[in-house]
Write a protein that binds this ligand. Structure first.
Ligand code: UD1
Ligand code: MG
Length: 451
């Protein structure tokens, strides 16, 4: 039977260097937050339990993770990583392997953790060109780990060591309990260091194995916004690589930001500067033009989105054209062969097969049939200041430019509305309806002259 696994996640630090009212681990990273990345990886190891050590602004963290199955442990007056783990001790199973993760290192790799768990007790380490700031792994001549020495406590010679502590440690629960009773605050920071258990383990003949990570970028911790941006950039590279391996083409990959999931077909193109958020499905042949934002969309086969368009909660059903500069808001549904052009805004609107709204239009709470043409400047007046009303435009309707359709209103099949009309009543099918004043020429009029 595999060992029982308990995971402790340390997240009680203040995160002062972020200079933010938001708790450090709640800052966004790709599709979620720093702490959620750590938690997802922790959960993927199927542990018996996960203990979250919180402190400063803990209520923010609890609110954010309210539907996660966690054991919450408060660390009042945080006094170091050793102190944080001491707080969690009463909740760990005595016969478990305990894995300690740090809440501010979100890129940690599952494979590295699985390697770590192969050992009876081990610390995850990395070889760094610039080990400054990290605890150094001190080994004896036989290669056994004798201790971890923090940067601030290290001698010049110890600072030369380039193997560093990732902050991630795995030991047996019973040993952890014993060793944590013996640590003290006799160090440069006056804190209880978790890392002091390595020397105690060595003395007990149970030296931890130093397990190297495959890629040292995966242990990057986040203490300030520059490190947050570095982690974001590493994460984005990984996400883009996955998509490209699935066949998505990005001519300028470094500029594309993925902040959600994409369920992808084949031959998809995502151009420069596109941002993708939430849950999305992109069918075969979808192309997304430069600087567009796509959020929670299902785009049908061959959908073409021209640059600078913004789509949220949109469904397209086939090869339609959207943009450039289109804003499609939640509840927009577009059939094949339809066109929504520049400076068109839609909300809760269905546009039928081969229907077109090519320029400068607002369509809200609107149902448009097939083969319609909505002229430039058409506005559905869906709001009376209190309530919203619906506009229904049946098949084959032609709405002349600069018309206002005051909802609730229905435009019958095949109707034509003369340009510049304000439509307040239902419109008869197959007829021309208009509501504008007749054109006149005033013969007695003269241009004004300057006085
Ligand atoms: C720690 C390690 C160091 C390692 C580095 C890797 C110790 C003493 N040092 O240093 O060897 O190279 O991580 O990034 O462990 N935390 C609490 N309560 C506390 C203090 C910290 O929950 O009282 C949490 C923080 O929120 C953070 C994690 O523990 O998630 C690490 O703390 P941090 O202060 O960042 O430790 P480092 O100085 O980076
Ligand atoms: Mg740190």
């Amino acid at each position: 039977m595999p060992d029982k696994l308990n995971i402790i996640i340390l997240a009680a630090g203040k995160g002062t260097r972020m200079k933010s009212t938001t708790l450090k681990v709640l800052h966004p990273l790709a599709e979620s937050t720093i702490i959620e990345h750590v938690l997802q990886t922790a959960k993927s190891l199927s542990p018996e339990k996960i203990i979250m050590v919180f402190g400063h602004q803990g209520e923010q963290l609890q609110k954010h993770l309210y539907n996660e199955e966690l054991i919450w442990v408060e660390q009042k007056n945080p006094n170091g990583t050793g102190h944080a783990v001491q707080m969690a001790l009463p909740f760990i199973d005595t016969d478990a392997k305990v894995l300690v993760l740090v809440g501010d290192a979100p890129l940690i790799d599952k494979t590295d953790l699985l390697n770590l768990l192969q050992h009876p007790q081990a610390v995850l380490t990395a070889i760094m060109d610039k080990p400054f700031g990290y605890g150094r792994i001190i080994k004896n001549q036989q290669g056994l780990v004798e201790a971890i020495i923090e940067e601030k406590d290290a001698s010049d010679e110890q600072r030369q060591v380039d193997e560093i502590n990732s902050g991630i440690i795995m030991v047996q629960a019973n040993d952890l309990k014993q060793w944590l009773q013996k640590i003290n605050t006799n160090n440069a920071q006056g804190e209880l260091y978790l890392t002091d258990i390595l020397a105690l383990a060595h003395t007990d003949g149970k030296s931890l194995n130093a397990v190297n990570v495959a890629d040292c970028r995966s242990i990057q911790g986040i203490n300030d916004r520059m490190q947050l941006a570095e982690c974001e950039s590493i994460k984005q590279q990984q996400l883009r690589k996955e998509l490209m391996l699935q066949g998505v083409y990005m001519p300028v990959p470094n500029t594309v930001q993925i902040r959600g999931n994409i369920n992808c077909g084949q031959d998809i193109t995502i151009d420069t500067g596109v941002i993708i958020e939430g849950e999305n499905t992109l069918a075969d042949g979808v192309s997304i033009g430069a600087y567009s934002v796509i959020k929670n969309c299902t785009l049908g086969v061959g959908t073409r989105i021209a640059p600078h368009s913004m789509l949220e909660d949109v469904v397209t059903q086939g090869d339609c054209d959207i943009g450039p500069f289109a804003r499609l808001r939640p509840g927009t549904k577009i059939a094949a062969k339809a066109k929504v052009g520049n400076f068109v805004e839609t909300k809760k609107t269905t546009i039928g097969h081969n229907s077109k709204a090519s320029h400068l239009t607002y369509l809200g709470d609107c149902e448009i049939g097939d083969d319609c043409n909505i002229g430039a400047g058409t506005i559905t007046c869906n709001y009376d200041g209190v309530n919203k009303f619906k506009t229904v435009i049946e098949n084959e309707v032609f709405v002349g430019s600069d018309s206002q359709l005051i909802a609730p209103v229905t435009i019958g099949k095949g109707a034509t509305i003369g340009a510049g009309s304000t439509i307040t009543k239902d419109v008869e099918a197959d007829k021309l309806t208009l509501s504008r004043a007749k054109q006149r020429t005033i013969a007695s009029w003269h241009k004004p002259v300057k006085k």
